[in-house]
Structure formats: C-alpha cells, structure tokens
Design a protein around this ligand. Structure first.
Ligand code: RM4
Ligand code: MN
Ligand code: MN
Length: 427
C-alpha cells in the first residue's frame, strides 16, 4: 500500500485554514522573541529519523505476543510501511536493517523500491543475541566475549557479513549491540570478557570500509541479569576510543538505570566527539517499552538541549549523530506509535532550538539557577506543534499525520492486503 500526494492533499485541505491561523499566531509570538520561524522549520525538515525494520510489527514480552493485523510479511512490505510513515510526516526518510531478520535477497530491487519512496538506508545492525537455525555455535554464553574462540569467530564473521549487506545497500555505519554478559556472580571473568570483546571488535572495525562508522551500544542489564560486558557509556567510550576515530558510542534512551542523567552523558560524549548514534524510546522500568515522549517529554527536551548545543557549535568535534527510533510496540498499532514518536522527537528538537542560549549562558555565568530554569521552561512551554505541522506541510506531508492515518483507514487496508494473522520478523 502507498499513500499518494493526492490523498495527503485532501486530508490537508480539511485542516488548512485552522492550521494557517495557529501558525500565523505562533510566528508572531516567536518573532517577538527574535526567532526566525523559517530557520527552525528548515532544521526540522532536514532532521530525518530512521525507522528500524523490526519496529513495524507488534512486539511482545517473554510472556506473550499479541500480534496485530496486517503486519509486514517481507522486507519489501516493511519498506512500504516506512514509506507511508515518511509520506505522512516527512521526517522518517530512512530505514535501519537488522540482519538476519531482514536479509535483502534482491539488492537492486530493494534499493530501487526504497529510493522510489524517498528512503535511505541507515546503519545496519548485527544480531548475535539469538541463535539462528543451522548455526554452528550457540550464543547462550555470549558472542564476541565467548570463551570458545569458534563462537567468537562466528560472531565476527556475522558482523562482517552484515557490513557486506550494508555496503550493497549504501549504508555507511554498523551498530553493534551485544547482549553478552552473565547472570550469576562468578560466572564470567569481567576482564577477560571485555578483552575478548575488544579484540573481536577490532577485527570487525578493520573489516569496515574507510568511510564507515561503527556505533557501540551499551546496556546495563538484560537479557543477562548480573553483568553486561558493555554496561555503560564509559565502557563503550573506552572501546570506541581504543578502536579508532571511526568508532563511536551509541546512546539508547532505554539503556540506563533509573534517574541516570542522560543529558550529561550526551554533553560529555559530544565534547569528546564520540557521540555517533542515538536510539529514541521512553521508559519507566525497562528497555524499549514506551513511545518516545510518552512519559518524560521534559527529559527528552533537556537531552535535545545538549544535542543542539553540540550540533550548533561550529567548533564541536562531534559528527551529526545517526538518529533512530528503537522501541517495541506491544499494545498500539506500530505505525501510529511511530508517528507519535517522530512527532515527539521533532517537538523536543524544535523546543531546544528556540532556547535563548545567550541568556542561558548569562544566567549560568552569574550563577542564577532560577533564571536558567525560567529560560529553559519558556522554550519548553511554548506550543510549537503548529511549527512542526508547517514543516510537514512545506515538505509535502500531512498537517496532522495521525489524523490522516486514521481517516485513510490505513490499518484496515493493510489487513485486507496482508491478512489478519501475519507476523513480522523481529522481536
Ligand atoms: C536492544 C538494543 C538494540 C536493538 C535490539 C533489538 O536492546 O537496543 O539497539 O537492536 O534491542
Ligand atoms: Mn538500541
Ligand atoms: Mn534497547
């Protein structure tokens, strides 16, 4: 299924007068603050968040998976779904593949299909956290950290194969997330496990083309419950620094213990030029569990405050990070959830862009925490939704993506086309 520009236009016609009114009003408010709305809009239009190929089906927990209808049955259908998101919001112009869940068998067809929908291929992701059929060595006790060199070899080769697929598709980066760790005290030698991981990553790093980047993800727990080999940003940063200048840390919002100051981690990594990738989600207890911005939109705003500070600083050594949504959708329609996520991300970004940074620095230099809070919240509490809608309108997308999705009855159509009992590969 495809959403046409005519369909978008018809949807937009319904809300255009109302949109014009709210946007004109907002533009005046921003003008009074000396903010050029168009500049902010242009940045929002350029900001593309990749959709992971595994987020298009309904997720589950270890207890159950309640599949929704019309899930994509193939990589082609996954690309179709991302294409629809992009048509609706103009901000999801990339897809991130997980191998072996989504092996592109006919590379040319996959590439041209994505290109026709305006989609690029973002980072490719390896998977050494599950055993595949006919796999010689199990990852039950780890992959790159495994005590058995044959299991490590297999995991290294898998990553090299992922790079190979990525090269064919035009990806420029590899994301490595390792489940590796242990569930019981004493089970694993921490030092040896980290050393083996480093040695293996080195080989993978050397197998990357010259213009590729490697993103090393960290996570403090799960699936193992006592220790993970790359538990935190410090460990990831240590590995990335030793691997070389094309290795970076990847921050996934769901990979922190409660109350961790993620915005500070962002600032530190950007200062070092080592923040390479970013995975968005929201969480109360665990990983990947909630829609971006569903629970802690203010934290997301504070994180974007640091991201914008780094991105807008011309002397910053940090490259523009690769953005991706990494969430599991257990109850909601995944496409609706993703539309909400992208909107929350764009909103937090726009809010951070309108912070009065000169005044904020003055407040900091004069040690005035109350004023600093006023400045931040002034930006956070300005309703920028009409500005995001305007960015979409200018990009040829829907003024109200969620409303358009529902009124076009996309899910019903997908169920008709694909059936009620389909199951996408992924988690
Ligand atoms: C992990 C991690 C990775 C993602 C997998 C599916 O928790 O966040 O980025 O590839 O989940
Ligand atoms: Mn992640
Ligand atoms: Mn995760």
């Amino acid at each position: 299924m495809r959403i046409t520009t005519d369909q978008i236009q018809t949807q937009n016609d319904k809300t255009l007068p109302q949109h014009r009114e709210s946007f004109d009003h907002l533009r005046l408010i921003l003008e009074r603050k000396n903010i050029d709305s168009q500049q902010v809009i242009d940045k929002i239009k350029n900001f593309q968040v990749a959709i992971p190929s595994w987020a298009l089906g309904t997720g589950g927990t270890r207890f159950a998976r309640f599949a929704g209808g019309g899930e994509p049955r193939s990589l082609k259908e996954k690309i179709d779904d991302v294409g629809m998101l992009h048509a609706l919001n103009g901000g999801s112009g990339a897809i991130s593949l997980h191998i072996p869940w989504d092996i592109p068998s006919d590379v040319d067809a996959v590439k041209s299909h994505a290109a026709a929908l305006g989609l690029a291929f973002d980072a490719v992701n390896s998977n050494t956290f599950q055993d595949q059929e006919n796999q010689g060595h199990s990852y039950k006790f780890g992959s790159l950290c495994h005590t058995d060199s044959r299991a490590r070899r297999q995991a290294i080769d898998h990553n090299l194969e992922v790079i190979h697929y990525g090269k064919e598709l035009g990806s420029k980066s590899l994301t490595v997330w390792l489940a590796d760790g242990s569930s019981f005290p004493g089970q694993m030698n921490f030092r040896k496990a980290l050393q083996r991981t480093f040695d293996a990553l080195k080989e993978i790093y050397q197998g990357m083309p010259e213009d590729w980047k490697m993103f090393v993800e960290y996570k403090p727990y799960e699936p193992y419950f006592y220790h993970t080999v790359i538990q935190d940003w410090g460990t990831s940063h240590l590995l990335a620094s030793q691997l070389g200048e094309r290795a970076f840390t990847l921050v996934d919002l769901g990979h922190h213990l409660p109350n961790t100051n993620i915005e500070q981690i962002v600032a530190t990594l950007m200062m070092q030029g080592k923040l390479g990738g970013f995975h968005f989600n929201d969480s109360k207890y665990g990983d990947d569990d909630l829609t971006v911005g569903a629970l802690k939109p203010y934290q997301l705003f504070l994180i974007f405050n640091e991201l914008v500070e780094g991105m807008e600083d011309p002397s910053s050594p940090n490259p523009t990070p690769a953005w991706m949504i990494d969430a599991s959708h257990n109850l909601k329609d995944p496409l609706e959830d993703l539309l909400q996520s992208v909107e929350a991300i764009q909103l937090a970004y726009a809010q951070a862009l309108i912070i009065d940074r000169i005044k904020l620095e003055e407040a900091r230099e004069t040690n005035d925490p109350a004023w600093a809070q006023e400045i931040l919240q002034e930006a956070y509490r300005t309703d920028l939704r009409p500005l995001i809608a305007e960015a979409r309108l200018q990009a040829g997308a829907a003024i109200k993506p969620f409303g358009a999705y529902r009124s076009l009855k996309v899910r019903d159509q997908l169920i008709k086309e694909r059936g009620l009992k389909t199951m996408a590969t992924g988690l």
